[in-house]
Design a protein around this ligand. Structure first.
Ligand code: GLU
Length: 304
């Protein structure tokens, strides 16, 4: 497979979508990013790589960090984790409160905000220095010591994070989180503020694409079954209330973030990351979704 040619063809084909959508502005710091950027990087499990566009520009990975948080929580808690959070698609927006109230404070899955706030609480209770340890894990899985949080983004989100604060309050009311609300939210926003580029994300997600390889990063270990199950949750819950659309058009497990990044994996073949800040109304990158749809169309292979 000539991945470089393939990515260049995709890049050409998605150009007509360049002005569509709008970057997230509910986090003011994200609204400062130039929306007219696009990057894509593919990394096969055999080491072939290809890229186009702004694949080396770091961006706010936002909810993509929830996959790393899930990996840590599963490693720490094992199946006990599922007492605190479910693993069913929500079919609601990522920051919805409605289901959480009806379901008595147990979030539907770890990738909606409520579920990720519970994971932030678990990590806060487990680690002595959660910010340091979370970052060490991400740096280890990406093999890059320069990856870091963007504190301006985290603060900007905290200052405007009324809905996430409401979610955390509801979780606390139901006893699903142990720590004080302010500390949990602070840590949650820090996780979301991590910056990586497409190359680094594609590399990091090889750990999920190649579930037969030993998963052991900064002392965090998972079995092959646990990695496959994380992939299953990416497939069913990775795209907010557009997980069905992503399965329909792309057909790969993946995770998006409101910074415009999407990372997806083809198990035992490759991992791929795309980034473009303009989002569709559901919060997923317009050009990113289109590029991945073309990828599985052109290669004639998805997990289906
Ligand atoms: N930090 C964002 C929030 O909590 C993450 C949203 C996302 O990327 O889905 O609203």
């Amino acid at each position: 497979m000539d991945y470089q040619q393939l990515l260049e063809n995709i890049y050409q084909s998605i150009m007509p979508y360049a002005g569509d959508g709008k970057q997230a502005d509910y986090i003011p710091e994200l609204a400062k990013v130039n929306p007219d950027q696009f990057g894509m990087y593919i990394h096969s499990i055999y080491g072939e790589t290809a890229s186009v566009g702004d694949a080396d520009t770091r961006f706010s990975i936002q909810s993509i960090s929830k996959v790393f948080a899930l990996a840590l929580c599963l490693s720490i808690k094992g199946d006990e984790l599922w007492k605190r959070v479910g693993r069913e698609p929500s079919g609601t927006t990522f920051n919805s409160l409605i289901q959480l109230e009806v379901e008595h404070g147990i979030p539907r899955n770890p990738f909606i905000n409520a579920g990720a706030i519970v994971m932030a609480d678990i990590l806060l209770s487990h680690f002595e220095q959660p910010e340091r340890d979370f970052l060490s894990f991400v740096r280890a899985i990406a093999e890059d010591e320069t990856i870091d949080y963007n504190r301006d983004v985290a603060n900007s989100e905290r200052e405007n994070g009324y809905l996430n604060a409401a979610i955390a309050n509801l979780l606390k009311y139901h006893g699903t989180i142990e720590n004080d609300i302010e500390s949990v939210l602070h840590f949650y926003f820090m996780m979301c503020s991590i910056e990586m580029n497409c190359r680094e994300l594609a590399f990091a997600f090889l750990a999920f694409a190649n579930h037969r390889r030993r998963f052991d990063y900064a002392g965090i270990t998972l079995t092959s079954s646990q990695v496959k199950r994380i992939n299953a949750i990416m497939q069913t819950c990775g795209f907010y209330d557009e997980a069905g659309e992503f399965a329909y058009f792309v057909g790969l497990p993946g995770k998006s973030g409101v910074g415009g990044g999407i990372v997806a994996i083809h198990p035992l073949q490759y991992s791929v990351a795309v980034w473009s800040p303009r989002l569709n109304p559901k919060g997923n990158s317009v050009m990113g979704m289109k590029a991945l749809e073309l990828l599985t169309t052109e290669t004639k292979e998805s997990i289906f």
